[in-house]
Design a protein around this ligand. Structure first.
Ligand SMILES: [Zn+2]
Length: 254
């Protein structure tokens, strides 16, 4: 059956003399592997649409019970030139692709997550600085969408609303909750120390759209702390997040 889909290209590999196998994350069908015949030949009819990171629309033959489908048309929606021309931007875009590959299973449709991916990559493409902020945003919203919405609004113990009346708070990775300054001193629940400013940024990031991340200024030390905490939180709760190669490289950077 012939189908149409909107997709982002995750990975490609050579196949035979002139073809390619493409791993895609599609809006309509979840993860999908397709063969693009002639994609490496001189008169490649797919143009540059099948490069990793490209946002494309495709036409393909969808055969049930087959692992590999056959793509007949691919056209670019967005090539994300600015990311491709800037290695620093690319460094933060690649983990997004690797994360999708690890956390989404084949045939698992997730339109909301697809929108998150496209919107974050678009915002990174248009950004002028603080490129890491977009990966941090992506990770935080991924946690939220996958059922692990972290609570930065109330103290887990006393229930008090977080009004930034303490300089320090603590975040418990296991429960995804915040502990206020008072309760942290009294309780034995482990928590990673978090300044009031970081808590405030986490609260904002959960409410704004990715393009508004440009308005949020995170000093490098604060970014590192927030990024490491969020990554640790995801690794703790989402099995596919473990052993991500690109995030290990990031760990050396931040
Ligand atoms: Zn408390």
């Amino acid at each position: 059956m012939i189908e149409k889909a909107e997709a982002i290209v995750l990975k490609t590999k050579k196949y035979g003399e002139t073809s390619k196998i493409i791993n895609l994350f599609t809006k309509e069908f979840g993860k999908l592997s397709v063969i693009a015949k002639g994609a490496r030949s001189k008169n490649n009819r797919f143009g540059s649409s099948l490069e990793p990171l490209s946002h494309i629309s495709i036409v393909f033959y969808n055969y049930e019970n087959r692992d590999l489908q056959y793509i007949t048309q691919g056209s670019l929606i967005n090539f994300f030139h600015s990311i491709r021309n800037n290695p620093s931007k690319m460094m933060y875009a690649l983990p997004v692709l690797e994360i999708i590959n690890n956390v989404i299973h084949s045939d698992e449709q997730n339109e909301e997550f697809f929108e998150l991916v496209i919107n974050v990559i678009k915002a990174l493409n248009e950004s002028k600085d603080c490129f890491g902020n977009y990966l941090l945003y992506f990770e935080l919203h991924l946690a939220s969408q996958f059922g692990f919405h972290p609570n930065f609004d109330n103290c887990e113990f006393c229930g008090r609303e977080i009004n930034h009346d303490f300089a320090q708070y603590a975040f418990n990775i296991e429960k995804g909750c915040l502990i206020c300054g008072d309760c942290h001193q009294k309780s034995i629940m482990p928590g990673i120390n978090l300044s009031s400013e970081s808590v405030n940024c986490f609260q904002k990031m959960l409410e704004i759209s990715p393009e508004d991340m440009a308005l949020l200024s995170l000093p490098p030390a604060m970014f590192s702390l927030m990024f490491n905490l969020t990554t640790k939180y995801l690794k703790n709760h989402i099995s596919g997040m473990r052993d991500l190669r690109s995030l290990e490289i990031m760990g050396e950077v931040v």
